[in-house]
Design a protein around this ligand. Sequence first.
Ligand SMILES: *[C@@H]1O[C@H](CO)[C@@H](O)[C@H](O)[C@H]1NC(C)=O
Length: 564
Amino acid sequence: MFFSGLVVASLALWGKGVDAAFGLTTNTDTYVVDAGSSNPLKFTVDRTNCDITSINYYGSELQYQSTGSHIGSGLGSATVTATQSGDYIKITCTTSTLTHYYVAHSGDPIIYMATYTTAEPSVGELRYIARLNADLLPNEEPFGTVSNIDGGTAIEGSDVYLVGSETRSKFYSSERFIDDQRHCEHTHPLKFFATTDNDRRVWICPPSLHDPQSIRDIRRRTLPPVHHSLLVSTEIIAKANITSDINTNNVGSYTGLYWYMNSGHVQTESYRQGLHGPYLMYFSRSGTPSTDIDTSFFADLGITGYVATSGRGYVSGTASGADSSLDWVVHWYNDAAQYWTYTSSSGSFTSPAMKPGTYTMVYYQGEYVVATSSVTVTAGSTTTKNISGSVKTGTTLFKIGEWDGQPTGFLNAASQLRMHPSDSRMSSWTSTSTYTVGSSSASSFPMAIFKSVNSPITIKFTATSSQTGAATLRIGTTLSFAGGRPQVTVNSYTGSAPSAPTNLDSRGVTRGAYRGLGEVYDVSLPSGTIVAGTNTITISVISGSSGDEYLSPNFIFDCVELFQ
Ligand SMILES: *[C@@H]1O[C@H](CO)[C@@H](O)[C@H](O)[C@H]1NC(C)=O
């Protein structure tokens, strides 16, 4: 009796909790990898097309069974090979322009990945999507249900939905790359699973900033500054720096867990090719993975395009001069790679380990460019480079918002990241059409202006007799849609109509995006335009295009400043 009881107990353990044997099984159509982790992880890769067709973790099938997990919508066909060497198993999937790697390290509950490209996939974006079992993994982190479209009705394009009274979209799971440490799909530990024993979590993790082969090598950067000058300006212009893309999306039948390497969504620069990664899928029962998972062993695995730490260099220095109430970021980019880092509060910074080369080096307050420079990185050394700059305008008569390259603080700005402008949880776009300098707060100034919704916006400003000289009204924007740009009137003066901004050919504000090319428009006001007493300024959206409501031409505000 005693003996058989032990057997039963150990069998139960074997089902879930006992170390499995690390190893590779080669079948006719599949490779099966046992990661040898203490919470058993076994995954299956189709030898014809590189799809993951099964992910068995801690006794549960986490892979959606009708469609695999893969790059894009699947490679279609690929040459798939597998090797085991000591504690590592590497599966290599090769097409004419793309090589995708799956790597397992004995004992790690992790599917390590990297993707090497020589051309952009024909679908126009490069992403890994794990299609996971929505019954077991319905929940998304860190933004909850914002991208859960299960049971919803499409209200815009085929990607913004109404679920009950809430607007939802896969795009609302976006997070700036610099801030995206990890995102996750998981079971509901409190609802129908009574204990954490039944929790399962699947995380997508970018490598840590300390990792020499950071994904940040490849992530898309933005184009150089674009400046629309209505009359005259010499300022450095805000420039896009960090963009983001879809992270998670429960569509009902499966839950999508994404790693975007690039896409045409509000695309502001050319795609980079080369090695993207390593990135990884981490499995846990309740724990949260470290943000500093070591992937340096990729250097020993024959991964095309991998550059080890020894082949890299650093930039360190001190940034100074910008508004210290905002975060400071230093950004390096060239056609092959890009990197970011926040500075310390004192402005000191050290870059991630960078590939050798010459980089444009940019200093931002928030996301607004205050200085641009250049630096050359050599392998095995640290280049010292300080950078200094600040926003330069003049004597401020009024300023609405901050020069931070973001609509932060304006009406509906926080909501816009996670819902559609039509969402009933948004504040009314039209209830406060007049902003009065001195008494209105920035939170009543709309973060965006739509030709068919809330154009024009009126600003009332009381000037003194000493403020009636020539002045500049500067309108900073972060993203435009359908050619939307500002035209201004000040009392009886009408500013000229600026030419259309570069068309990114992508919906923006309605998909939770705010970051584009960051056009800044200056309106030079001749002396006498501003009068002592009350002044009325209007900002309208102009465009040769039209559209309904929130798809009418529009742009997003960064800051509005009148200065002399
Ligand atoms: C860079 O800035 C630091 C901190 O202000 C300063 O100590 C150092 O001398 C500067 N280096 C150069 C080359 O200007």
